[in-house]
Design a binder for this molecule. Structure first.
Ligand SMILES: [Zn+2]
Length: 284
């Protein structure tokens, strides 16, 4: 049988852990070759001292250096065989001035990024590919661009892989939202006790609906045996995890909450039906 190869196209260091960490470790344990394409260096992340990208002393190049090391560590934890960095600059959140940086990923013509990715796909020939949906899962320009270059790259290659988008079913999202809101309330109470007053969140900011209707889910993967690795991979991205609700859970709770990963099937050369429990269904 041909070597099974899995490849995910992610926007920033840490996305591989949060949306596909369980899947990566699970597939590595099964002997599947795993490849990660990380499009940007994450310059717009938090600095080690917690400084946000709009802070005066925030140095995107320094942040990228820290995040490169963190990514190496996460890649080791997840047993990823090959990491390819496209080394584009982080574009920041939608509407940030960084969106206009000529070197940022958002400004790269889709066909240019797609051609680079297509070369990687032709070389690795992954049967299964994962990236984000057209809203980049939650509206981040770099995630949207990762989606765009992946779809364009698939048109350039000489075979049809099975493409999935990562997703969280609406039913699960509702449970997560309760947790987010609770964590948010607790943080505000803590801050209030310390006398820190938080600015009201602007109501202009449109809530992006990041959930996916349950009936659109095409793969539901039980990763409960590898949640420790997923936890450790997230923890490796230490500089970005200050506000992460995940790591506030103990490992047992994390296993309960994070023990499954979901995907929407986009291309279907193997003519699969319904919800599969193996992302390589049809290939083995
Ligand atoms: Zn990201």
């Amino acid at each position: 049988m041909a070597q099974l190869t899995f490849l995910a196209v992610h926007a920033h260091p840490d996305d591989e852990a949060s949306s596909t960490g369980g899947l990566y470790r699970l597939l590595a344990n099964q002997g599947v070759r795993t490849v990660l394409v990380t499009c940007t260096n994450g310059e717009c992340g938090d600095a080690l001292d917690g400084a946000k990208p709009n802070a005066d002393h925030h140095d995107g190049d320094e942040v990228a250096k820290v995040r490169a090391k963190e990514l190496d560590q996460a890649v080791a934890v997840l047993g990823i065989n090959r990491l390819i960095r496209l080394n584009y600059r982080d574009s920041g959140m939608m509407g940030w001035p960084q969106n206009d940086d000529a070197e940022c990923f958002w400004q790269v013509p889709v066909e240019v990024g797609a051609a680079r990715l297509a070369d990687i796909l032709e070389e690795e020939r992954p049967q299964v590919i994962v990236t984000y949906n057209e809203i980049g899962f939650y509206g981040h320009p770099d995630h949207i661009q990762a989606h765009r270059i992946t779809l364009a790259a698939l048109k350039l290659i000489d075979y049809e892989p099975t493409l999935y988008f990562n997703a969280i079913p609406n039913s699960i999202m509702a449970r997560f939202r309760e947790r987010f809101e609770q964590a948010d309330r607790e943080r505000k109470e803590e801050n209030a006790a310390k006398g820190i007053v938080e600015p009201e969140e602007s109501s202009e900011q449109e809530e992006i609906d990041i959930g996916t209707p349950d009936e659109l889910i095409g793969a539901s993967i039980d990763v409960s045996d590898v949640t420790d690795a997923k936890y450790d991979a997230l923890a490796a991205h230490q500089s970005q995890m200050a506000d992460a609700f995940w790591l506030k859970m103990d490992r047992q709770e994390f296993k309960m909450v994070m023990g499954r990963e979901w995907f929407v099937r986009v291309t279907n050369p193997k003519k699969l039906d319904g919800v599969v429990e193996d992302i390589f269904a049809g290939y083995r």
